[in-house]
Each structure stands twice: as structure tokens, then as C-alpha cells.
Design a binder for this molecule. Sequence first.
Ligand SMILES: NC(=O)c1ccc[n+]([C@@H]2O[C@H](COP(=O)([O-])OP(=O)(O)OC[C@H]3O[C@@H](n4cnc5c(N)ncnc54)[C@H](O)[C@@H]3O)[C@@H](O)[C@H]2O)c1
Length: 310
Amino acid sequence: MIDLRERVAIVTGAGRGIGRAYARRLAAYGARVVVNDAGVATDGAPTDEDPAADVVAEIVGAGGEAVAHRGDVGDPAVGDALVARALDSWGRLDTVINNAGFGRPRMVFNLSDDEWDDVIRVHLRGTFVVSRPACAYWRAQAKQHGTTYGRLINTATGLLVYGGAGQSNYVAAKAGIQAFTEALATEMAPYGVTANTIMPGANTRLAQIGWRMARGGNEAGEAAGFDPRDPVHVGEFGAYLASPEAGWISGQTFQVRGGTVEHIETWSVRDTAHAEGRGFTADDYLREIPRLFGAGAKRADPPPPGWKAK
Ligand SMILES: NC(=O)c1ccc[n+]([C@@H]2O[C@H](COP(=O)([O-])OP(=O)(O)OC[C@H]3O[C@@H](n4cnc5c(N)ncnc54)[C@H](O)[C@@H]3O)[C@@H](O)[C@H]2O)c1
């Protein structure tokens, strides 16, 4: 049975959507949660909303423990503040879920400097900014006690699998997060800390600007009330990865949507050709590359039917 009663977690962007589901499911399994959210719109524009406070109220109302933190994860001071909030509140930190983010979808020929920078900043820099102090804390704990407990869970996107036309800034950031996470899995392994990536799929307000999980009622063979679009299913996977039982899993990427989980193959060598004691010439490649890659293989999927450039 998953038991997170001794655990303390930070979840960024936890005021809505998938982050809220992570926070609520971690709390349901007993974890105490720092609920971070900047309260911004889907394009990152500031609002008066404070959804982190609402989620804390939900968790506390259900008998759990949580504290709210309003702040922008792109700001390095916020990473330090989040770790400090966990330690000041409960004296420990076991799990960080970097989930905060927004989108500014546009074709590259129309993409502004700000649209590029803001999306890279919130996702890639935001993930770094919170991971750094968490990893520093875990390393210090391991040096003091011989080992530690640390679970870092970062967020990518299935667009890395399916193609990111119109979202080049977003997929660039998400690919960076995925690679960053694999590097941290290696860096933090000696300290007993795991680092994994989730590609989530759920019907949230952000999903409305990218893609839509259209669905009617329950389909044949499905349990009553099961909604594959519900972020709760991603939340359950986050709770599993945060658990002691998942300590053997690190450097991995999983796509989770509804009742489906997929182990994603990331960076690996598919086929190799050797020139045997010399270098290939460009003429050699006329033969070798089609053999390795497949003559006429398509290089990228076209956009889906009905898709319109912005
Ligand atoms: N919904 C999906 O199907 C889907 C698919 C792939 C990836 N994702 C990723 O999942 C994560 C969560 O997305 P969601 O669909 O729940 O979106 P959402 O808009 O419902 O929730 C995101 C939350 O993050 C907060 N936020 C945004 N920028 C922030 C910042 N700088 N600092 C702190 N908080 C900030 C927002 O205020 C919001 O409450 C994102 O990283 C997103 O890219 C979602």
C-alpha cells in the first residue's frame, strides 16, 4: 500500500489542473504538501487569482496538511523559498514535482522573442530553479546521514512523441526538461535520489489551447464514473513515483493519460554502421544511410487535418 505519511512534498503550479491533482493525491496518501502557484493565465499573464490557497483549503478540508506559496518558479528566489517553506513547516523535504507552466503557441515565423523566452523561462528555467536547492538539500542530507530520500518528478509533453508543430518554444523547453531530468538522475543516484519525467495527458484549461481530449460519457467496459480526461489519473502516478516502492525507478520517462501508462523510449542508438578502419565518404553514405534509416522514410508528420497555423 502506498503510504506517504512521513513525506513532505513541493508541487509547483498546483493551484489548477494536473498540479492540483498531484497535490491532492499526495495529501490523500498522507504527504504534507507545499502548494505553489503564481495564479497566472494560460499565456502566463498575471491575474488576481490565488488558486494555491484554494487547493490548500481543499486539502485541509479533507483532513490533510498543506501550505500555500504564491510565486513564479522562473524566479530563482522562489526555488529557495519553496525548499525553505517545506523545511520551516515540517523539517524535511522528500518530493518535488515541477509542473508549473503555460503556453504561447505560434508558428516559428511569427514567434516573438518574448514568446520564446517566457515559455523557456517558466518550464525549463523554472524546473532548474526549484530542482537546484532541492538537490542541494538532499545532497547535504546524504552527506550527514549516509543516504537520503528524494524524489524529483518533472513534466514534459507527449508532443515530443507526436510532434510539436505550432509549439516549437514549448517542445524545446520540454525536451530540455526531459534531458535535464536524465542528467539529474545520474548526478543524484549516489545520494539515493531518483529523477523521472512524466508526460501527462488530462483535460485542463491549458489543454484547451493545445489539444483537446474530446469525450462523451463512459464507454463500453469502463468503470462507472471513470473519466480518462480527469487529471486525477496523472496525480495517482505522481503519488506512486513519490513512494518508497518506486525508489528503483530513475532516469525514466512515462506518459500517463487516463487508464493508460506508457514507458517512453528516449535517447538510444537505433542502428550503427562501421566503415571498418577508415572513414565513410559521402558516396558511401548513398548506400549506408538508406540502409540504416530506411529509404524514403518520412522525417516528420504533417499537421493533423483541420489544423490552422497561428
Ligand atoms: N493538460 C495536458 O494534457 C498536458 C499535456 C502535456 C503537458 N502538460 C504540462 O502539465 C503541466 C500542468 O499543466 P495543466 O494542463 O495542469 O495546466 P493549468 O493551466 O491547468 O495549470 C497550470 C498551473 O500552473 C500555474 N503556473 C503557470 N506559470 C507559473 C509560474 N511561473 N509559477 C508558478 N505557477 C505557475 C498556473 O497558474 C496554473 O494554475 C504543465 O507543465 C504543462 O505543460 C499538460
